[in-house]
Write a protein that binds this ligand. Structure first.
Ligand SMILES: NC(=O)c1ccc[n+]([C@@H]2O[C@H](COP(=O)([O-])OP(=O)(O)OC[C@H]3O[C@@H](n4cnc5c(N)ncnc54)[C@H](OP(=O)(O)O)[C@@H]3O)[C@@H](O)[C@H]2O)c1
Length: 331
């Protein structure tokens, strides 16, 4: 039998395991022009929390009783499509199922000799693309500038900080444990790290760690860290609103300090970013990321959780910061 994970109910606050349900169906066969895929890796991502709300967004919400979907890496085990053969590996936005038969028009073929397959969900997937393209289009870091990255030991943040170093910036990251702070400075080459959970006055600590002020802020978390960064920005600063995980589980979004005064005073830019708006640039950007990876300019970490049955738990653990680098489930 084929196992599938569906959304059982919409989370009220932090997602819980009983918001998910496992169901079984007969294992499918490849239909006409289709390929049968066996899931190998599942990407669990903070933005899936948004799709669990019954709200209009840039992507439709999940339906209760229907499978969750995210980026997957899968192996072709049967093919009725002349472009694919048994043994090919692909990635795509697919359902949380052990097996699925689909028409391959939305799939990307993967080169398993270029990088380990899990990397196509991280550094060579939407994670790397987000870090790279958000900096390219909004952050525009210049040699000698100061870049602050929140969620700095996470999938996107750890890559964003390293790209900042490639561009010649002083890079300061915030993360939720001393171990993570140690990792970003020792392994990923950040100049400074701040444990936001043990920092009482973030505004003051940022001022100390960024003596020349902040030129670019890569925001993965929103909320109070953003408030503190805004108090330290330079003239013509660029703020990338990439993610706001500190707010994703709030029933009501808290009202923080209003940013408009400081943005005007500093002639600063604050802009939302969605990687999917840049799909036409993926191929080129992945080539660049792969080049940096090959020459050792970029490193990545991943937290691999084993077992399809642990997929909801791995997703929930993102909100506890249990991952270092990209959180991935391996089947
Ligand atoms: N706009 C786009 O196109 C796009 C694309 C991909 C991702 N994103 C966004 O980018 C952000 C990072 O995504 P990711 O996939 O790289 O995830 P990630 O950073 O690998 O994992 C989430 C991390 O968030 C931190 N976190 C959890 N709750 C927090 C809180 N209340 N306050 C501060 N930090 C908290 C945790 O680290 P700590 O231990 O440090 O707390 C956790 O490890 C997310 O907000 C995501 O939605 C946006």
């Amino acid at each position: 039998m084929n196992k599938i994970i569906v959304l059982k109910s919409r989370p009220e606050r932090t997602p819980q395991s009983d918001n998910f349900k496992f169901i079984e169906e007969a294992t499918p066969e490849a239909g006409e022009n289709e390929v049968l895929l066996k899931t190998k890796y599942i990407s669990v991502d903070p933005y899936l929390r948004g799709r669990m709300r019954d709200e209009e967004s840039y992507i439709p919400p999940f339906k209760v009783g229907e499978p969750i979907e995210s980026m997957l890496v899968a192996e072709v085990t049967e093919s009725n499509n002349s472009n694919y053969k048994k043994g090919d590996f692909v990635s795509g936005m697919l359902a949380w199922k052990e097996y699925q038969s689909i028409h391959p028009k939305q799939l990307n073929k993967l080169d398993k000799d270029l990088a380990p397959l899990s990397a196509y969900l991280g550094i060579l997937g939407l994670t790397g693309l987000t870090a790279h393209l958000a900096l390219k289009h909004i952050g525009k870091p210049k040699n000698g500038e100061t870049l602050v990255v929140s969620g700095a030991a996470g999938a996107v943040g750890s890559i964003a900080g390293q790209i900042g170093k490639i561009k010649g910036c002083r890079v300061v990251g915030t993360a939720g444990t001393d171990e993570k702070v140690n990792q970003i400075t020792k392994e990923f080459g950040f100049d400074e790290g701040i444990n936001y959970k043990t920092t009482e006055n973030m505004q003051k600590v940022l001022a100390k760690k960024c003596p020349d002020g902040i030129d670019v802020y890569f925001d993965n978390v929103g909320g109070e860290i953003l408030d503190a960064v805004l108090q330290n920005i330079n003239k013509f600063a660029r703020i990338i609103n990439c993610g706001a995980i500190s707010l994703y589980n709030k029933k009501e979004v808290p009202t923080g300090p209003r940013p408009e005064g400081i943005l005007i005073k500093k002639s600063a830019l604050m802009q939302g970013f969605l990687v999917r708006n840049h799909a036409q640039e993926y191929e080129e950007a992945i080539k660049e990321l792969a080049g940096w990876l090959k020459t050792g300019k970029l490193k990545y970490d991943e937290t691999i959780v084993k077992g399809f049955e642990n997929t909801p738990g791995a997703f929930i653990d993102l909100f506890e910061g249990k991952n270092k680098g990209k959180m991935i489930v391996e089947l």
